[in-house]
Design a binder for this molecule. Structure first.
Ligand SMILES: Nc1ncnc2c1ncn2[C@@H]1O[C@H](COP(=O)(O)OP(=O)(O)OP(=O)(O)O)[C@@H](O)[C@H]1O
Length: 279
């Protein structure tokens, strides 16, 4: 029987090789990962390191070549993935048909379909476009519609694969606000991104390189690395993975190097402001 404290998702020595094993190099290598119920994890890594493949395995869209995945979600659907490219997911003619399609497919009661579909469209600001043809939406609007279709289904685990990469700053902020709300409601979030300022709200960072998990710790350890005898050991895991830290972290690093003992180590602008005020 599942205990409340068992991870909602567990990956055990998971490997995945596309195509014939002797011709291709593995896209995922010996992945071991436990994700707790209600956790928000961020997955980062350079192009081609295996993030989308990991997302598809967790969403049950591709079968691993080896190892196991255990999903203990009690809700259905258990996992929903918002793809990086919105065109991949779009299957119906109009905005309303698109957002309500999945609800019908997963057996929502007929009287609940319209309220749930419209609530999801309202959350992403597309309720005024319910009759629009999906083909007439911009790339960013298509992405918002995909996010709405996912929200309408209320899965236990949401996987967002670089879902804000096509959005303008306001829409990106709206989506992040919605995801923060889902997290507060206890949903589990897997957030794949190349935009490191989006790590401000996650509980834990997974760093990937060449199909393997090379980092699995807090966002503070990711951005600030280890401290030995009051000195920071450089480079941080963020820099080792080839990323430039966000402006907030760069500012904090400069202050720390000048002797300002910022605590707790800030990741968001709000945390930086609090840490500076407390000096
Ligand atoms: N359908 C496929 N067939 C063959 N190889 C694939 C397929 N999909 C991905 N790959 C390969 O698997 C590896 C991992 O790809 P994946 O898309 O998971 O990386 P990613 O980290 O999401 O990259 P990006 O940040 O560019 O989206 C890459 O080498 C890629 O070329």
């Amino acid at each position: 029987m599942n205990s409340l404290f068992d991870p909602i998702i567990e990956l055990q020595d998971l490997t995945l090789t596309y195509g014939a094993e002797d011709q291709a190099k593995p896209a995922l290598r010996s992945i071991r990962l436990s994700i707790e119920q209600g956790e928000w994890i961020a997955v980062v890594g350079s192009n081609g390191c295996g993030k989308s493949t990991l997302a598809k395995v967790i969403a049950g869209l591709v079968r691993p070549s080896g190892g196991h995945m255990i999903c203990r979600a009690e809700r259905r659907p258990a996992v929903q993935l918002v793809f990086q490219n919105p065109e991949t997911q779009m299957i119906r003619d109009t905005v309303y048909e698109e957002v309500s399609f999945g609800l019908g497919h997963f057996g929502a009661a007929a009287e609940n379909i319209e309220p749930r579909a419209m609530a999801a469209l309202r959350r992403v600001g597309l309720d005024g476009r319910r009759h629009a043809r999906t083909a007439a939406l911009s790339g960013g609007q298509k992405q918002l519609l995909n996010i709405a279709s996912c929200l309408a289904l209320k899965p236990a685990v949401y996987v967002f694969d670089e879902s804000t990469s096509m959005l303008d700053p306001q829409s990106r902020q709206n989506v992040l606000d919605v995801v923060r709300e889902l997290h507060r409601e206890g949903r589990t979030i897997i957030w794949i991104t190349q935009l490191l300022d989006e790590l401000a709200w996650c509980d834990r960072v997974i760093g990937m390189e060449d199909g393997a998990i090379v980092f699995d710790e807090s966002k503070q350890s990711f951005f600030y690395g280890e401290e030995v005898g009051g000195e920071r050991t450089a480079p941080s895991p963020c820099e080792q993975l080839g990323f430039v830290p966000p402006f907030t972290v760069q500012t904090a690093l400069l202050l720390l190097a000048s002797g300002w003992n910022l605590r707790p180590l800030p990741v968001s602008p709000e945390e930086l402001s609090k840490a500076v005020s407390a000096l």
